[in-house]
Ligand binder design. Structure first.
Ligand code: XUL
Ligand code: MN
Length: 354
């Protein structure tokens, strides 16, 4: 186990990423699209001008309908996308198997009670790794969306954890370079998920056959849905050298997964996430600051992006706030154990009040 030292004086220039699904047409479970379709491949041209250089992918964002294609067709389409990325100066950050859509995964993918459906999930995962490899992308993300249950009695949880670990080991064996980044989420679409927090993900990493290649991606909203502080979750992963990426956003209480703008519900919570990332030197090894934010349904336009640029600029303002925070005064207040004063000082600093 290796704990990273606090680095108070880093001056990382952050690189930002998002996934094409973050530019959406506004459909939600209760209503259809409210904005004209913005074609998937036109999105790449938006990244750089908006200040982003990393692209997060689902496997079928790279190769639509990859289920119906031959391996050669998959590789051909992937190399077209690779060229488009290169032309735009973009880096593919990760590819995630979209295992929550297909009919075969209604009861889970790797933890399904059906052996046939588990075999489907493995086959799809191999395709996803092949796509990542052909894109020259070093990581796949496992958002274990349906690895859980709608009623807990329907699955044997101990067996489910074994199956997840077996899958992780199979992936590590299938490709000797690829990293696995687990994105924990406690619920939705299932009632109860098997890897609800980063603690669970880190435990899976250490239990795997190559712990160095198994890491985590922490989404703010997912931590909050688990009733946890997102900055503490990030700190835990960083303390184990296991924070590969983040999905910064926000969440207003315990309800559906909202993917609100970063800092939109809790500015102080956002400040603390930035502080933890800064202090650990996150980004200095090339890690991206990923956003997973959803445009408001009320927003008009063709290819709406304000939620992305606003979240990015809020992050950068908070970097300034972290860097200009008076560490000496902080140390004195901590020494005096005057946490009332510390709290007021933080709030005034955030408000820009002397
Ligand atoms: C789900 C979620 C996903 C993953 C990528 O809540 O956050 O968008 O980030 O599939
Ligand atoms: Mn996410």
């Amino acid at each position: 186990m290796c704990f990273t030292a606090v680095n108070m004086s880093q001056d990382t220039t952050y690189r930002f990423s998002f996934g094409p699904w973050n530019i959406s047409e506004g459909a939600d479970p209760f209503g259809p699209e409210v904005r004209p379709l913005f074609p998937h491949e036109s999105k790449f041209a938006l990244y750089r001008p908006l200040g982003f250089e990393g692209v997060q992918f689902h496997d079928d964002d790279v190769v639509p309908e990859l289920e119906t294609l031959t391996p050669d067709q998959i590789l051909k389409k992937t190399s077209e996308v690779r060229t488009m990325l290169e032309n735009q100066g973009l880096t593919p950050e990760f590819v995630a198997p979209r295992l929550w859509f297909p009919a075969q995964t209604v009861d889970g993918a790797y933890t399904s009670n059906s052996a046939i459906d588990r075999a489907y999930a493995w086959d799809r995962t191999q395709k996803c790794i092949d796509v990542a490899r052909a894109l020259n992308c070093k990581a796949i993300v496992l958002w274990l969306a349906r690895e859980g249950s709608y009623i807990r009695e329907s699955k044997n949880a101990r067996v489910a954890y074994q199956r997840l670990l077996e899958t992780i080991n199979q992936i590590l064996q299938y490709d000797s370079d690829i990293e696995i980044w687990i994105e924990p989420k406690p619920n939705e679409p299932t009632d109860q998920a098997y890897v609800p927090t980063i603690g669970h993900a880190v435990a899976m990493a250490y239990a795997s056959n190559d712990p160095k290649r198994v890491k985590g991606l922490i989404e703010t909203a997912h931590a909050l849905l688990a009733g946890l502080d997102a900055s503490d979750e990030m700190a835990f992963a960083l303390a184990h050298n296991k924070l590969a990426s983040v999905h910064l956003n926000d969440q207003n209480g315990l309800k559906y997964d909202q993917d609100k703008n970063f800092g939109g519900a809790n500015l102080r919570g956002a400040f603390n996430q930035v502080r933890v990332l800064e202090e650990a030197g996150f980004g200095s090894k090339g890690e991206f600051v990923g956003l997973d934010v959803k445009a408001m349904r009320t927003q008009k336009g063709h290819g709406v992006t304000a939620h992305l640029t606003n979240s990015r600029s809020l992050f950068l303002h908070l970097v300034d706030k972290v860097r200009s925070w008076d560490r000496q005064a902080e140390a004195q207040m901590i020494e005096a154990r005057d946490y009332e004063a510390l709290e007021l000082a933080i709030l005034k600093h955030l408000m820009g009040v002397k």
